[in-house]
Design a protein around this ligand. Structure first.
Ligand code: F3S
Length: 425
């Protein structure tokens, strides 16, 4: 790999042994992907995926200790993925014991390390760090060193920033070094589409279902989606961004998409249109029947498929302010129609702490509370990832949560029906 004199000097130890190891990690990582050079990270903030103080990840704590001790501090302040714990989320005595004493026993210790390393603030725990309320929203063309897949795909596609789907820890290494390897989605060539997706549905496709279908088909390729602007419009307004947040997270988790283009809507597609499509790109047509086929293909891994749901998680990735308000209206109306006062299944809506704070300032917050829905900043996946929670019948409209846990996927309408009226849509 070509290195500038400055990069080579750091590698040779000009800034100490620890910094040499940091840049060596970045170089070796880049070499694995055939990167020819390193380029500077240009965003104001960074984002780290490793937010949880899991007891067993002692090598991470040792690494962080060493970085702090040797002054190898992140060049940028950073936000982080959501916290794994929140006492507002229903959990029984044994679950609480397991969460606090065994699984995430190092949470406070780790948060202390993160503060020393350059965490934005105590409330910067969210995967949707690009929300205006949170403030880690990169500009078009900026180079990032992020790893959280749902955030990477959003930053690349909706904001037009440039970031590879890095692995955890490499995100902080890139930020400390101030450089990332130049390959893949950082290059113009790597941002071209090798798949054309034609949307031919008779109604607006469910974001998380459409993303899942595309992710499973194209895997890590870049898709160019035609026909979605018919349903989303040509403006990246709050509703379109919220849709693309959920759509993108599903493409990234059900496949490994790091960038998509939406014809007539996302920044690069608006600028370059079909020039973004490579010669010989394959085509995937999605109609109502195809979405139905994908939905039916999801395995149900509950021990008792007919069990009554014990918990419902919405907000993976974290909900936007717009989404919290829309869902407040939807839950209220559906409860009224059914003659019910409160939701029938314990339901948790998750969002960034800063988004929840803004939400609290609106009249919607009291109205949502009245319906019995709980708000939280937790990561539902962190809640689910243990044998006890894994046995619980949990429902969600997040295709990411479905993919990584035993939670069962339902469409938004079906979720609304279940939590407000009981039974299925
Ligand atoms: Fe965010 Fe956790 Fe889901 S990080 S995307 S809420 S798995």
């Amino acid at each position: 790999m070509f290195l500038t004199d400055e990069q080579q000097a750091i590698l040779n130890g000009a800034k100490g042994e620890t910094m040499a190891k940091v840049i060596e990690s970045v170089v070796r990582y880049g070499e694995l992907f055939g990167a020819e050079k390193l380029v500077p990270v240009t965003s104001k903030y960074n984002h780290l995926v490793t937010s949880f103080g899991l007891k067993m990840i002692t090598p991470v704590y040792d690494l962080m200790d060493r970085l702090i001790k040797d002054g190898a501090i992140s060049k940028q302040k950073f936000s982080l993925d959501p916290r794994p714990l929140d006492k507002n989320v229903p959990a029984n005595f044994i679950q609480n014991l397991i969460f606090n004493k065994f699984m995430y026993a190092k949470q406070d210790f780790y948060e202390n390390q993160l503060e020393q390393l350059g965490m934005m603030d105590k409330d910067a725990f969210t995967c949707a760090c690009y929300m205006d309320e949170v403030g880690n929203k990169p500009e078009k063309g900026e180079v990032l060193s992020w790893a959280e897949s749902s955030a990477v795909v959003y930053a690349n596609s909706v904001l037009g920033a440039r970031c590879n789907r890095n692995s955890g820890i490499i995100d902080i290494m890139g930020s400390i070094a101030g450089y990332v390897p130049y390959f893949g989605l950082l290059t113009d060539e790597g941002r071209k589409a090798t798949w054309i997706i034609e949307i031919k549905t008779t109604k607006k496709p469910e974001a998380q279902l459409l993303g899942s279908a595309i992710g499973m088909k194209v895997m890590e390729a870049v898709p160019y989606v035609k026909g979605l602007d018919k349903w989303l419009g040509n403006d990246l307004n709050d509703a379109a961004c919220t849709y693309l947040k959920d759509f993108g997270a599903a493409t990234a988790s059900n496949g490994a998409v790091g960038l998509y283009h939406i014809d007539g809507l996302t920044p690069e597609a608006k600028e370059m249109g079909e020039k973004l499509i490579c010669d010989g790109a394959k085509t995937y047509v999605i109609d109502d029947a195809e979405l139905e086929r994908v939905y039916k293909s999801y395995p149900v891994i509950w021990k008792n498929p007919d069990a009554k749901p014990k918990l419902c998680f919405m907000g993976c990735p974290h909900m936007s302010l717009e989404q919290l308000k829309t869902w407040t209206d939807k839950v209220e109306t559906a409860l009224k129609e059914a003659g019910n006062k409160k939701v029938l299944i314990p339901t948790v809506f998750t969002a960034a702490p800063a988004v929840l704070r803004e939400f609290e300032k609106t009249p919607y917050a009291a109205r949502l509370k009245e319906t019995g829905v709980i708000t939280s900043y937790i990561c539902p996946l962190m809640y689910m990832n243990n044998p006890l929670s894994g046995k619980m019948p949990v429902i969600t409209s997040s295709n990411k949560l479905r993919t990584y846990t035993t939670a069962r996927y339902y469409t938004d309408d079906e979720i609304l029906m279940q939590i407000t009226k009981g039974g299925k849509a």
